[in-house]
Each structure stands twice: as structure tokens, then as C-alpha cells.
Write a protein that binds this ligand. Structure first.
Ligand code: HXC
Length: 265
């Protein structure tokens, strides 16, 4: 665990910050002394999370209903953040959209809905926050939440897999382009993580959950808090020499089970 004041006074925008992994990241950053801006398309998710941060850590929190697919709303989010807190030090691109659908049944609109949130939304937010980090001259950190099917391919989730692949590429591109502005850009690729949103969509029945668990060599589902702690490390000064990295946190899932039975315990 990082020391208490590791992110003292830093201003962090977290998209999708009201629920699941985003909420866990917000809680960890608040514990470490950050000031938080929670953005979500669903206003009803924002105030309860903000209240929890204030009550638990006395954190300063701004809530900003934002659809990351709409560049004007993203601009407003960043403008309000700077007006309220004076800077943007950290951006966590956590907002995502996903559903299972075989490629041949996926409508153009379904493709667009997910690609717009995951790929376009990540660019709009990175650009708007990055411009302000560059103007501020103090550097900053961008952290993207991706998935390992960005490089394995994702049967049943072609929209999300292709979009996450784009975000991995964006992570590495911006890491290099913005290094001289002291902006680091990294990503985390979580495997299955115990959140209401993912659980209800991705492993909705005990059978699916048990089949999914068999694909994780570590033999369990991840918890949001462990993703949050790693994310805090990556945006902290302790990780100052790390940029363009994608940290996989999936219990060995994407490495698979090996070719030979003896290895598959
Ligand atoms: C087929 C679907 C569908 C489904 C929506 N569509 N759900 N098609 N199967 N289950 C199609 C619709 O029919 C429509 O196309 C188009 O997608 C847009 O649908 P809307 O409902 O109007 O879109 P919208 O309200 O903008 O919702 C966006 C969404 C939704 C992505 C579709 O699921 C959403 O908001 N999700 C946010 C939360 C979420 O998904 N979180 C999970 C992230 S977990 P037509 O042609 O009919 O108009 C994650 C982790 C992955 O990403 C990694 C795991 C290891």
C-alpha cells in the first residue's frame, strides 16, 4: 500500500468514476490525498460515490455528468475541473461500454456505441486533459483501462476488443509524444473483476461464472481494490520512469492453460 499522502493535492478526473473499478480508484486516490472529479453518463451514480469520498476521507469532490462520446461535454468537464481546482494532474479513462454479440449480429449502431465510448471517448478526454496538462507545464498522468483481448482478439466482443486495441496503441503513442511535457501515459488490463456491472453482463449465471473461473490459472476473480492500488502506483511519482506500459492484472488468464495437460492445474 502506498503511503497516505502520496497523491496529496493532485487533481484526478475519473471517467465512469461512480461505480465499479472507477469508484474503487476514486476511493484509493482520495485515501492518498487527491482531489477528485467524478464523471459519468449516469448522474444517479455520481452523488452517492462523491458523498462516500467526502464522508470517508474528507475529500474535495466535483461531480460532472458527462458523456465521453460528446467532445463538447468533455471540454466542459475539463474546463469545470480547472475552474474549480486550478489544474488537471491525473486522468483515468475508465468509462466503458460492452455487451456480448456475435459479429454477424452486431449492427453498425451497436459497433458505434461501444467504439465511441471506448476509443473515441478516450481520445477526446486525453486530448482535452492533455492540452491543459501541457499548458500548466507541470506534467501529468493518464491511465487507461483496457483488456487483454486487445491483443488476443475478443470473440463475442469485437467492438470492445477493437476499441481497446486502439486504446493500447493510443497509450503507447501519447506516451512518446507527450514524454517531453512530463506527461506519462500507462494502462492497466484487468481480467475478470468482481463488479456489479461486469458480473451482471459478462458472467451472469453460476455456470458461466464457473466456466470463466476455469480460464484463470490463479483460480479467482479479481477485486476492484487491487486494480485501484496498482493504478495509484502508476500515477504516482514512484512510477516516474514508467510510461507506455500496459500492466496486465488477470491472474494469468490471457496466457492460457498451456499445450500439455500436466501444466494445467
Ligand atoms: C446486441 C446491442 C446490445 C446487445 C445494445 N445494442 N445492447 N446489440 N446485443 N446486448 C445495440 C442496440 O441495439 C443499438 O443498435 C446500439 O447497440 C446502441 O444501443 P443503445 O442502448 O441505444 O446505446 P446506449 O444507450 O448508448 O448504451 C451503450 C451500451 C450500453 C454500450 C450499448 O451497454 C452501455 O451503456 N453500457 C455501459 C456500461 C457497461 O457496458 N459496462 C461494462 C463495461 S465492462 P441498433 O442498431 O438497434 O440501433 C468492460 C470490461 C471488459 O468493458 C473486459 C472484461 C475482461
Amino acid at each position: 500500500m502506498l503511503p497516505d499522502r502520496t497523491l496529496d493535492g493532485r487533481v484526478a478526473i475519473i471517467t465512469g468514476g461512480g461505480t465499479g473499478i472507477g469508484r474503487a480508484i476514486a476511493l484509493e486516490y482520495a485515501r492518498l490525498g487527491a482531489r477528485l472529479v467524478l464523471a459519468s453518463r449516469s448522474p444517479e451514480h455520481l452523488e452517492p460515490a462523491a458523498e462516500e469520498l467526502r464522508a470517508t476521507f474528507g475529500a474535495e469532490v466535483l461531480t460532472a455528468p458527462t458523456d465521453v462520446r460528446v467532445p463538447e461535454q468533455v471540454e466542459r468537464l475539463c474546463e469545470e475541473t480547472v475552474r474549480r481546482f486550478g489544474s488537471i494532474d491525473i486522468l483515468v479513462n475508465n468509462a466503458a461500454g460492452n455487451f456480448f454479440c456475435p459479429a454477424e449480429k452486431l449492427s453498425p449502431n451497436g459497433w458505434q456505441a461501444v467504439v465511441n465510448i471506448v476509443l473515441n471517448g478516450t481520445f477526446y478526454c486525453s486530448r482535452a486533459a492533455g492540452l491543459r496538462m501541457i499548458a500548466g507545464g507541470r506534467g501529468g498522468n493518464i491511465l487507461n483501462l483496457v483488456a487483454t483481448y486487445a491483443w488476443t482478439g475478443g470473440p463475442g466482443t469485437i467492438h470492445s476488443a477493437c476499441a481497446k486495441a486502439g486504446v493500447v496503441c493510443m497509450t503507447r503513442t501519447l506516451a512518446v509524444e507527450w514524454a517531453h511535457h512530463k506527461i506519462r501515459v500507462n494502462a492497466i488490463a484487468p481480467g475478470p473483476v468482481e463488479t456489479e456491472g461486469a458480473g451482471s453482463k459478462l458472467w451472469a449465471t453460476p455456470e458461466v461464472r464457473s466456466a470463466m473461473l476455469k480460464t484463470v490459472p490463479r483460480g479467482r476473480i479479481g477485486i476492484p481494490e487491487e486494480i485501484a492500488q496498482a493504478s495509484a502506483y502508476l500515477v504516482s511519482d514512484f512510477a516516474d520512469f514508467i510510461t507506455g506500459e500496459v500492466l496486465v492484472m488477470d491472474g494469468g488468464q490471457w496466457l492460457g492453460k498451456g499445450m500439455f495437460g500436466e501444466g494445467n492445474r
